[in-house]
Design a protein around this ligand. Structure first.
Ligand code: MLT
Ligand code: MN
Ligand code: ZN
Length: 305
């Protein structure tokens, strides 16, 4: 079973269109050693032909062009994207659904009832798509049961409810519900191997750490290096934790959490904000991660499990 990282950046991408932070300027001008990255999405496949798209990024058309595997061309209109699963209703994870409207059959869409409610009200994508291909709704519970993925025999998924907030346009912004934001366990039933994917993760509870310890790979929130990263650069009033993202550095941070996992678990950071200093490949932050055995995802990265 294979994961292809389509987009390893957080919302905004890297470089971000209007940002002149040190990283964005440096990557534009070629003065820092760093790779540009598109917005948050991965694809999962059993056979390398049919794929589950996990999150539909605003950059999806670029991502499909960059990953020809997603375009198998078996018919005059065709796609390797068999189904789409959403982790939350944030712009960086759902906007790409609108770009898939030319499908000739309803798009199989997996999400929690909470995410379906946000994308039919605050950001009414399913209503808009009903005038085009429409969606085939597959609700995901947060009861710990495994679910099959339509069109992808041999892959099983299990959701993990995470504490976070729905997006600013959600009618439930002020009253978060379990299911607004999920982590995902991808399971290979043939081998028992599991991957945990959580691009937005505000806290690592002991239960979650146990679950991660049983995985072969964890692909987790790499948004911010420090809690005040955006504030310090004058880019936002919000701290990382206010936005539902546990910073990597410092006491209780992601590095410390990942250090608790057994050495059998491959650790990869994903959903990286353009301000994050670990994007600089020859910088001290990247060297620290290497010493802790932690990888940084990039667009095009393949993970086998
Ligand atoms: C987030 O995960 O916090 C989002 O990427 C924010 C956004 O897209 O604006
Ligand atoms: Mn995001
Ligand atoms: Zn920037």
């Amino acid at each position: 079973m294979r994961i292809r990282v389509l987009g390893s950046s957080a919302g905004g991408g890297f470089p971000q269109w209007n940002c002149n932070c040190a990283n964005c300027t440096g990557v534009r001008q070629g003065t820092v050693i760093a790779r540009a990255r598109t917005q948050s999405s991965i694809a999962v496949s059993v056979d390398g032909v049919d794929w589950l798209l996990v999150n539909a990024s605003p950059d999806i058309l670029t991502q499909i062009r960059d990953n020809p595997e997603l375009q198998p061309a078996r018919a005059v209109r065709d796609s390797g994207i068999a189904a789409v699963l959403l982790m939350d209703a944030q712009i960086d994870h759902v906007t790409g659904l609108l770009m898939l409207r030319e499908r000739q059959t309803p798009l199989p869409l997996l999400a929690t009832p909470e995410v379906f409610s946000d994308i039919s009200t605050g950001f009414p994508i399913t209503g808009i798509l009903s005038h085009y291909c429409g969606v085939a709704v597959h609700e995901l519970g947060i009861d710990g049961r495994t679910a099959d993925v339509p069109g992808l025999p041999g892959l099983q998924v299990q959701t993990v409810a995470l504490s976070s907030k729905p997006p600013p346009y959600s009618p439930f912004r002020g009253n978060p519900r379990p299911g607004d934001n999920i982590g995902l366990l991808l399971q290979n039933p043939a081998t028992g191997a599991r991957v945990f994917y959580a691009p937005g993760l505000a806290s690592v509870t002991p239960d979650l750490l146990d679950l991660m310890a049983g995985c072969s790979v964890v692909l987790v929130d790499g948004t911010f290096w420090t809690d005040d990263e955006m504030q310090r650069q004058g880019l936002s009033k919000k701290a990382a934790l206010d936005m539902g993202h546990l910073p990597q550095s410092g006491p209780g941070g992601m590095i410390e959490q990942l250090d608790r996992l057994p050495p059998t678990v491959r650790k990869v950071l994903i959903h990286i904000n353009n301000t994050n200093p670990m994007l600089v490949e020859d910088g001290p932050e990247r060297a620290l991660l290497t010493r802790h055995g932690i990888d940084v995802a990039h667009d095009g990265m393949d993970i086998e499990f």
